[in-house]
Design a protein around this ligand. Structure first.
Ligand SMILES: CC(C)(COP(=O)(O)OP(=O)(O)OC[C@H]1O[C@@H](n2cnc3c(N)ncnc32)[C@H](O)[C@@H]1OP(=O)(O)O)[C@@H](O)C(=O)NCCC(=O)NCCS
Length: 190
C-alpha cells in the first residue's frame, strides 16, 4: 500500500488534477478504447473536458443529472490523480441499476489500486440502494477482466462494438454484479 494514498468522492477543486489525468490517459490505448475517443487529439481533449464537466456537476452536488445519480471516486497520490472509478445510476423497473467504469494511471497499475477504488465506489453504490451493476469490457483486456472477477462480476452477455479509434469491431463481455451479495469477495467461479 502506497503511503499518502487517498480515495474519496470527487470535489470541485479536483478539476485541474482530473484534467491532467484524463489527458495522460488519452495517450494510453486501453484508456482510449475505454473512453471511446477518436483519433483526433483535439477531440480527445474535448471529450476529456466533457468528462470533467460531468465531474463538476457531481462535485457541486447536482446528483440528479438527467434523472441519474453519479458516483465519481478519485484516487489521489501526492497531489496528482492516480485513478478514477465511476458508477452512473439509473432506475430500471423500480430498481436502481449502475453502469461502472474505471481507469488507473499506467504508472500505478498492478498494485491493487483498481481493486481498492472499485470496492470503495461499489460500497457507496450499495449505500445508495443500487442493487445491480453492469459493465462492458473488451475480451482482450485480461487485466480488467481479472479485476472484475475478483470483485464478483459475472459474465452475462457478449456484444460487438464499433470503434472509430481502430476502425473495426471489438468483441466485448457484458458483466454484472449483484450488490445484495457481498462485493469484492475472491475466488468466485463464473
Ligand atoms: C483495468 C485496470 C483498471 C486495473 O487496475 P489495476 O490497479 O492495475 O488493478 P489491480 O492492481 O487492482 O489488479 C487487479 C487484478 O488484475 C491482476 N493483474 C495485475 N496486472 C495484471 C496484468 N498485467 N495482466 C493480467 N492481470 C493483471 C492482479 O493480479 C489482480 O488480480 P488478483 O486480485 O486476482 O490478484 C487498469 O489496468 C486500467 O486502468 N486500465 C486502462 C483502462 C481500462 O482498461 N479500464 C477498463 C475498461 S472496461
Amino acid at each position: 500500500m502506497l503511503k499518502g494514498l487517498r480515495i474519496r468522492m470527487a470535489r470541485g477543486r479536483d478539476i485541474p488534477g482530473l484534467l491532467t489525468f484524463f489527458i495522460r490517459l488519452d495517450r494510453d490505448l486501453y484508456a482510449r478504447k475505454f473512453y471511446r475517443a477518436y483519433r483526433c487529439d483535439g477531440l480527445n481533449v474535448l471529450l476529456s473536458l466533457l468528462s470533467l464537466t460531468y465531474a463538476l456537476l457531481i462535485c457541486n452536488n447536482l446528483r440528479h443529472y438527467l434523472g441519474r445519480f453519479y458516483i465519481f471516486v478519485v484516487l489521489w497520490y501526492r497531489g496528482s490523480c492516480a485513478g478514477v472509478c465511476h458508477i452512473s445510476v439509473r432506475k430500471q423497473e423500480n430498481r436502481l441499476v449502475g453502469s461502472y467504469g474505471i481507469a488507473i494511471d499506467r504508472a500505478f497499475r498492478g498494485r491493487g489500486l483498481g481493486l481498492m477504488i472499485s470496492r470503495y465506489a461499489l460500497l457507496l453504490a450499495r449505500k445508495l440502494g443500487v442493487e445491480r451493476v453492469y459493465l462492458r469490457v473488451d475480451t482482450d483486456n485480461s487485466r480488467a477482466i481479472k479485476l472484475y472477477r475478483s470483485l464478483g462480476f459475472r459474465v452475462c452477455g457478449r456484444t460487438r462494438e464499433f470503434r472509430y479509434f481502430t476502425d473495426s469491431y471489438v468483441d466485448q463481455l457484458v458483466m454484472k454484479l449483484e450488490l445484495t451479495a457481498e462485493c469484492g469477495r475472491k475466488n468466485h467461479s463464473s
